[in-house]
Design a protein around this ligand. Structure first.
Ligand code: 5CA
Length: 438
């Protein structure tokens, strides 16, 4: 993409209500624009990041054996009356009436809807287990939408639902999602710590939240430093082996890690020696639940077992805040100059900075780079702007690599390769820059 063509409305001054760094940077870098309280439009740069996050989430869901579907955003109130949640959900639910005076709602989550789909088609234990997920917009009329996309009213969520014959098998589905979350967040360049959690309005009795550590987080965190030091990508996990999956979960749940209601100070102090105690704040980026027959019972999701008995299926649900992650990644990875994208979600892989637009030599070197870096999704800053403006903008939008092309360098046959994360700049030949970025 050429910068002169890109719709990238960067801002100099950000609205004062943007309290946290990710919100400020997302506005400054022209990623999103508020449409109304807690509701955002995603502009090209933000949209590219959102799609990349979504793709990492999708790949790790598929790898764990889940299948993607797409359910609607607008649901019928009757379905929710059958589970008893229509009245329970309260003012967070956006209730709508259609022209025939039927009660509808904009889905805050999809347990009822997926359970109905399952119940319509699956009757036998032979068709189990199943894991079905979608990546779809949700609406929750939060009392205090804030921190930009981190606590929105409309937000993009990946929600997966598992269906199993018995607790044993449901536990394995839960564990697979647990492992898939560790892999997902690690690929996004995040350290996410799983913590025992309350299950809230989703219900159930087994639940973990995945939090990334950040001072601006809304949740409190008490954990063993061991939790922060795990390296999930360093291991290969065979999802076909229940023992291998279980082993990872056990390793990650052994050290103390609790948030808010589940925290027990006495247990924390007894289990974790002072030098290993971590007390701080975190951002919840994922939440998984096992809730047995809470929805399958009232909605009639039953299967026949091998001995001909009819039983409700055991279910779990597993959420990732996809749009929240765009903000969370920035909270975890930025500096004074701007965003520092991990390679996996960067909106473009490399920026090309032409220091003297209009100079034949510079222009042709940049065109050459631009063509030959196509596989790295280059963003070519071809504006007739001062070098300082281009540098500041490139650092603000945080692409992992920059190739800086100027007349003096070119005379010696060289360009500069800058790594955004370390700030290191290296003068090398154009060919070596291409080789390094290959
Ligand atoms: N049905 C279950 C799991 S599929 C569920 O809804 N769980 S949840 O309520 O915990 O939400 C899942 C994830 O969505 C959260 O971990 C969080 O990352 C994200 N999320 C929840 N509320 C918001 C919000 N208001 N704005 C942005 N992301 C949110």
């Amino acid at each position: 993409m050429r910068r002169t063509r890109l719709f990238l409305p960067t801002l100099k001054d950000v609205p004062s209500e943007a309290q946290i760094v990710s919100h400020r940077l997302m506005l400054r870098a022209g990623m999103v624009q508020q449409a109304s309280a807690g509701i955002y439009s995603w502009l090209p740069l933000g949209f590219r990041v959102l799609k990349k996050i979504e793709q990492v989430v999708r790949e790790e869901q598929d790898r764990a054996g889940a299948q993607e579907v797409l359910m609607p955003t607008v649901q019928s109130a009757d379905l929710w009356r059958r589970s008893g949640r229509y009245d329970d959900y309260g003012p967070e639910m956006l209730r709508i009436r259609d022209r025939h005076d039927r009660d509808m709602l904009y889905g805050p989550t999809n347990e009822e809807q997926i359970t109905e789909i399952f119940a319509t088609h699956i009757r036998s234990y032979r068709d189990l287990p199943k894991m079905l997920y979608h990546i779809q917009w949700k609406f929750r009329d939060e009392v205090r939408p804030r921190f930009g996309v981190m606590r929105g009213r409309e937000f993009l969520m990946k929600d997966n639902y598992s269906f199993d014959l018995d607790f044993e098998s449901a536990r394995l589905s839960y564990d697979k999602m647990f492992v898939s979350y560790l892999r997902t967040f690690a690929r996004l360049g995040l350290k996410a710590v799983p913590m025992e959690a309350e299950s809230g309005p989703i219900g159930g009795n087994l639940s973990h939240e995945f939090l990334i550590l950040a001072d601006t987080g809304e949740s409190s965190v008490w954990c063993d430093r061991d939790c922060v030091e795990f390296d999930m990508l360093a291991r290969a996990v065979d999802y076909e082996s229940p023992d291998a999956v279980r082993a990872v979960v056990e390793e990650f749940t052994r050290p103390y890690a609790r948030t808010d209601e589940k925290h027990d100070e006495a247990v924390f102090e007894a289990e974790v020696p002072p030098e290993r105690r971590y007390v701080g704040r975190g951002i919840e980026v994922g939440h998984i639940f096992y809730f047995g027959a809470k929805y399958s019972e009232p909605l009639g999701a039953r299967v026949t077992t091998a001995n001909g008995e009819e039983v409700p299926v055991h279910m779990g649900s597993y959420g990732v805040g996809v749009s929240r992650l765009a903000g969370a990644v920035i909270e975890a990875s930025h500096d004074e100059q701007g965003i520092v994208w991990p390679e996996s979600v960067a909106p473009y892989g490399v920026g090309i900075v032409n220091l003297r637009q209009g100079d034949a030599h510079c222009d042709s070197a940049c065109d050459d780079l631009y063509a030959r870096l196509a596989h790295r999704e280059p963003l070519y800053d071809d504006r007739p702007e001062r070098a300082g403006v281009k540098f500041a903008d490139m650092d603000l939008i945080g692409l992992p690599w920059q190739v800086i092309v100027g007349p003096r360098g070119l005379d010696k046959g060289s360009v500069e390769l800058k790594c955004r994360a370390t700030g290191e700049r290296e003068e090398i030949s154009l060919e070596s820059a291409l080789a390094r970025l290959a």
